[in-house]
Design a protein around this ligand. Sequence first.
Ligand code: 9MJ
Length: 677
Amino acid sequence: MTLDISSPEQAEQEIVQLRQQISHHNHRYYVLDEPDIPDAEYDRLYARLKALESAFPHLITDDSPTQRVGGAPLKAFGQVRHELPMLSLDNAFNEEDQADFNRKIQERLDRTTEIEYACEPKLDGIAVSLLYEDGRFIRAATRGDGTAGEDITQNIRTISAIPLRLSSDDWPRRLEVRGEVYMPSAGFAQLNQRAKARGEKLFVNPRNAAAGSLRQLDSRITARRPLTIYCYGVGIVEGGALPGKHSEILACLGKWGLRVCPELKVVKGLAACEQYYQAMVEKRANLPYEIDGIVYKVNAIAEQQTLGFISRAPRWAIARKFPAQEAVTTLVNVEFQVGRTGAITPVARLQPVFVGGVTVSNATLHNMDEIQRLDIKIGDSVVILRAGDVIPKVSRVIHSMRPDDARAIEFPDRCPACDSQLEREETTLRCTGGLFCAAQRKEAIKHFASRKAMDIDGLGEKLVEQLVDRQLVATVADLFSLSVDQVACLERMGEKSAENLINAVDRSRKTTLPRFIYALGIREVGESTAQALAAHYQDLHQLMAASAEDLQTVDDVGPVVAGHIDKFFQQEHNREVIEALLAKGVEGTVEATVVGEQPLAGQTWVLTGTLHTMSRDEGKALLQRLGAKVSGSISAKTSALLAGEKAGSKLAKASKLGVRIVTEDDFTRMQQEWVTD
Ligand code: 9MJ
């Protein structure tokens, strides 16, 4: 790069300007999550600053954005004594604890009216203290034992979301900001993916990854880790005053360029605290970071001061913990289940354990690779993870607790359901019995009847097993010949429930083409591929006639999936079942019609995050078909936000503005009301 600079003064002027611009864009990108320039433009500004600084090294300052890449490794961390102790939080584990907390506060404040609380998610990261003097970042420390912690200034400097200078100019001359450094879930997943590709050890969870990253003596390593922060309070405040409410203090921190959690909400009284808790339990799985509870703080600082603190925790705050998502139990046995496509899945049978709010006695072990990766044996103590609504899994083995009589897990060499030979496909064992295998047949029927497929209400797991075992149903087409009498004499069935089932089977005859295709259970054809296939071919026979090459012209269909589809329709048995279904009046139509007028006419919707039942474009087209205008950005005028998984800043903005948030599941339910077949 030619510098094209005539004097050091001119260089200095440009450097100052560039630093301001880069800090502004850092703030937009890392704090607000709303960049306003393309990455390439940011890179250009940064490269220009680097070039000027290397030509004029005496102009480099500590708070230059170029100084975030990490410096020479330290021998050890220094100690920092906290001028004001860094408190931890007392815990509440249930509604009763929470009510006790509220009652004590009312007693201590001698109040009968409802208390105002600030509610915040409790982040599972590392508590840090950031010291700013004259608006400049001076020093950072960990909490340590609350009285003294470690000096992690070098490492904190590498976190782009932490401003090296505060914006605006009404900050106290000396200000200690406190917050939680954490690793967002997506960054954690990427970090582990990279570690896996290099054959390195994986981090157990985002908290450990964040802690490990901050504990590096070599800050160049920290600089490469995807860390960020939410600030949740202040310590020292000198040479300036802060507002009288916790929520207002956080708003000030935001104004000064520090990152604060957008989920913060001020509520009055215990019932509203409980409502916030329930709302966050629902939202938890969709947040882009892990939380382990909710923190409630008395909002008025004067009241906080009256309440004071005991030993290491304030009396004015409490952390209501979510039920533990991890628990230790024993692996009692491993059994092998046969899936719809014949894949053999090892399932862990566990000593029942309470985790994530439910008792868990089974967990998936996925495949042979997973068993090797975990190095797991029968009798081992294992950590069970149940996050959100996901299926419980064995996250790790506590090898130090392995008993002497632990047994190795032996894989079967024949199908446990039909005794057919197994074939090996990379890390998966597969039964070669096809629909001769009763287990595969059962799974195929369960899938066909499931909610997102033909949606046959009442045709659950137990019923399918009985129907197959009693040879009333061999293929999905047989479902449409069942009589009330046949069903009524099954276990746990009566005349009425049998009638209901037959009616539900009847109703399912008229369905949509995407559902019909999905219901067939073709390997690797999920809902969105089924939708793409339906949109492309418009007719089942057209799809059946398509060659593997032609199939690959459909969105998202690559050679592997095309191969599966082709193979499925080549099989005589499958063609027969499809023809039998059609002969019994089962019909999948392409265009759903909307009841009456367009239900979303006059509304403006925004789409964000990843949707599972459709692509973004399909979602947009559907919203438009329902009458909505689809916009790219949220404003107070937005009618609703359709939020998929990993929704980020738009979700935060929508909740801040009180815009209605519709999850994909909600949306599916709404459509079922609007759409007739
Ligand atoms: C976390 N971990 O998210 C506090 N925290 O306040 C929040 N921790 C805290 N506040 C006082 N949101 C001491 C700790």
